[in-house]
Write a protein that binds this ligand. Sequence first.
Ligand SMILES: CC(C)=CCC/C(C)=C/CC/C(C)=C/C=C/C(C)=C/C=C/C=C(C)/C=C/C=C(C)/C=C/C=C(C)/C=C/CC(C)(C)O
Ligand SMILES: C[S@@+](CC[C@H](N)C(=O)[O-])C[C@H]1O[C@@H](n2cnc3c(N)ncnc32)[C@H](O)[C@@H]1O
Length: 371
Amino acid sequence: MALLDQWLERLRNARDELVANPRFQRWALKNPVTRPLARRGARAGLDLAAGFVYSQVLVACAQLKLFDVLRDGPLSLDALATELALSEPAARRLLEAAASLGLAERRGAKYGLGLLGAAFAGNRAALAIVEHQPLLYADLADPVALLRQEKRGRLADYWPYSDGVAPEALSAQQVGPYSAFMASTQPMVAQEALDAYDISRHRHLLDIGGGEGVFLAAAGARAPHLQLALFDLPAVAARAKERLEESGLLSRADIHGGDFLNDPLPEGADVATLIRIVHDHDDASALKLLRNVRKALAPGATLLIIEGMSGIKGAEPLDAYYGFYTLAMGRGAPRRVEEIEALLREAGFGKFRLLRNALPALASILAAKAV
Ligand SMILES: CC(C)=CCC/C(C)=C/CC/C(C)=C/C=C/C(C)=C/C=C/C=C(C)/C=C/C=C(C)/C=C/C=C(C)/C=C/CC(C)(C)O
Ligand SMILES: C[S@@+](CC[C@H](N)C(=O)[O-])C[C@H]1O[C@@H](n2cnc3c(N)ncnc32)[C@H](O)[C@@H]1O
């Protein structure tokens, strides 16, 4: 095995040396046998180099509500210019850029939704994420300064609990923007998790760091007998109460406000969830949180960790996205399943099961049992 590894390593080194040679690059593009592969490589490089611009075209489409405008059918350029409040040349520039990326489609003298445009038109949560991105991009204008900790990301202000502020003291104003953002993107995650895990086998769910209760409501809708509970910061718990009241679910739900690192968590649940929580924390506070969760659960109870996890096939770019997102936020990092399991084991969990789900790039679901 060691010999095989050595050979593989030599082969990889030889490949890297070859591909790094500009004469080889030119030869590979000219040679009809190697051309398709070389073109694919060049295209992948171009896409990476230009990716920020592609994203900004998407941001412009989202901010101008292009996908909503095209949802009722293709429109001419002058109609689009009016709808988007752009000059006709500017509308043409945007629509041509969008069409080149599959976000729109030329249909004779009109433009319609392209494949990707149609997918975004049908996905409010994805659009909410796109509209949130400018905050992240502002920080990423100088990625090296972030890596060297020469600059503090503005995202840290958006997620004030990540910045050493006493979390229980956060005001309604401070938690409002991030809570609304999480609530608008949660349906996509909830659907992914609840399709992969049959929550109806349980009797009592506690969603820890459950935000405005969107997951709780989705789980409650799938399992009408399920007793519901949520724990989040007091100012967020107040928002959850309001939302659940509006949807008529408050009578089924116990909503608790507090600090999940330092306050006791409510007991009695046979399933607890931590959704997009653990990757917000460094190892020491993640472990503190998991130990606190373990204390609230009886042996045999289930804990579901639901968030983007590294090293999963189909979710490879997640290390780039969450790696740099959490860098700008000033805390946390995406983890591999084995790393999460190690923390869980230390906190008193076992019997791990990584569930299959449709879109691991969005979130993976790791089930564990309190032992
Ligand atoms: C199969 C046929 C008939 C045709 C093929 C044509 C085709 C391509 C059809 C597509 C149909 C289809 C299934 C569309 C589905 C579209 C979907 C599901 C689109 C989903 C897009 C999701 C996106 C863009 C999600 C991005 C998520 C991001 C970037 C997550 C950000 C999360 C953040 C910022 C969280 C922060 C929390 C913190 C602080 C880190 O804890
Ligand atoms: C990234 S959001 C995820 C929200 C929700 N689980 C979702 O996926 O939509 C993190 C949540 O953890 C909560 N939170 C952060 N620190 C906390 C603490 N020390 N105690 C209680 N809740 C906390 C935040 O208020 C926020 O609702």
